[in-house]
Design a protein around this ligand. Structure first.
Ligand code: SAM
Length: 291
């Protein structure tokens, strides 16, 4: 059967043959549109000069295309019921390694060293399970694994948040957390109609490319991300309200915050969503100096 796995009739047949029932709680919305898969592989520019990590291969619809183009593919699938199915659908590919693991529980550096036989740039390509999109992305970004690119399908609204500019409604701590490490781009929108079962919202392919250095220089990364989170805690409040809410209202704290804001040249009556990454970095570094 030479049809692609994603052809709707073939997906149906595979699911029926194995008596597989989709689990909503695991974000199992399978792609059944070969054209979208071709576009993903094209955007990701997968060649034998790259290794790929996939999260959630499902029945292998995307995995098959990755295997045809990459050096090696390492895929993490949490649902053990899919392993015999993948062994069947991907039997002709010798460069695919499936691990029955929760991707969030994996040591990405160690498992990559153990599985990839060649040292090549690593790309993460996945149609992500939407209930844990952000934790999965942060797991990769915060790991020491040098991921060159991430080409991931996420909910359209999440893609817009990650790609957002300061001063827009979508801009928030997630935009900053991702843009700190990666250049962001929305490659194309994917309608909800190409999934089985159909989700409630449209999706988008998000392309993230690793920066040589983080976008801004901060003296203490942990303190920087703490500041960013605190600035967005109470959405319609000013920076000053949010900072006091998070760091405390006693006179010493207030004076520390006030001095740092003044020195960083940031008006405390602004709202967090108007600050650029550079301004957050400036403020965080000043706060560290004044500690
Ligand atoms: N790649 C397939 C496709 O495009 O049709 C399936 C994508 S489906 C949106 C998400 C997949 O991620 C499911 O197969 C699900 O079982 C798997 N998954 C969910 N949580 C996971 C986790 N924590 N670690 C690894 N895989 C997970």
């Amino acid at each position: 059967d030479k049809r692609e796995i994603a052809v709707p009739a073939k997906t149906k047949e595979i699911l029926a043959r194995h008596g597989f029932t989709l689990k909503k709680s695991l974000g199992q919305n399978f792609l059944t549109e070969p054209n979208i898969l071709h576009k993903i592989v094209e955007v990701a520019d997968i060649t034998p000069a790259s290794n790929v990590i996939e999260v959630g291969p499902g029945i292998g619809a995307l995995t098959e295309h990755l295997a045809q183009n990459a050096a090696q593919v390492l895929a993490f699938e949490i649902d053990g019921r899919l392993l015999p199915i993948l062994a069947d659908t991907l039997q002709e590919y010798t460069n695919v390694m499936i691990r029955n693991q929760d991707v969030l529980q994996t040591d990405l550096v160690q498992i990559s060293q153990e599985n990839f036989t060649q040292q090549l740039p690593i790309k993460v390509v996945a149609n992500l399970p939407y209930y844990i999109t952000t934790p999965i992305m942060m797991h990769f970004l915060e790991s020491a694994l040098p991921v060159a690119e991430m080409i991931v399908m996420v909910q359209k609204e999440v893609a817009e948040r990650i790609n957002a500019e300061p001063g827009t409604k979508a801009y928030g701590s997630l935009s900053i957390a991702v843009q700190y490490y990666m250049e962001t781009e929305i490659s194309f929108i994917v309608p909800k109609t190409v999934f089985v079962p159909q989700p409630n919202v449209d999706s988008a392919i998000l392309k993230l490319t690793r920066r040589s250095y983080p976008k801004v220089r901060v003296s203490n990364e942990q303190a920087f991300f703490e500041l960013v989170k605190s600035a967005f805690q109470l959405r319609r409040k000013t920076l000053w309200n949010n900072l006091q809410h998070h760091y405390g209202k006693d006179p010493a704290m207030k004076s520390w915050l006030q001095t740092s804001l003044t020195q960083a040249g940031i008006d405390p009556s602004r709202r967090g969503e108007t600050l650029s990454l550079e301004e957050f970095a400036q403020l965080s570094n000043t706060m560290e100096e004044n500690k």
